[in-house]
Design a protein around this ligand. Structure first.
Ligand SMILES: [Zn+2]
Ligand SMILES: [Zn+2]
Length: 82
């Protein structure tokens, strides 16, 4: 299912953003913390640089007219549902 995955805990010196950018899926840190379950993801939060599952535990924040890459935020950092 996932070609490459890093099941390790969140590492400040090699955070989920870096792991995902180098091609590894990481566990959603919210599933891990809140539900003690493992669900791999290739999405990371722009703010805390932790993996999260898109849709359920975070989303892209896109403002009208905003340029540049889309920023994704997990539910812990984001403002919550619109
Ligand atoms: Zn999750
Ligand atoms: Zn976050």
């Amino acid at each position: 299912m996932w070609q490459q995955a890093d099941y390790g805990p969140f590492d400040e010196t090699h955070n989920d953003k870096e792991k995902i950018k180098s091609g590894s899926a990481v566990p959603c840190r919210i599933c891990e913390l809140a539900f003690k379950r493992l669900r791999l993801t290739l999405r990371y939060c722009w703010d805390c640089e932790r993996g999260f599952c898109e849709g359920e535990h975070g989303n892209f924040t896109k403002k009208n007219g905003e340029k540049g890459p889309q920023r994704a935020r997990c539910v812990r950092c984001g403002p919550g549902p619109d």
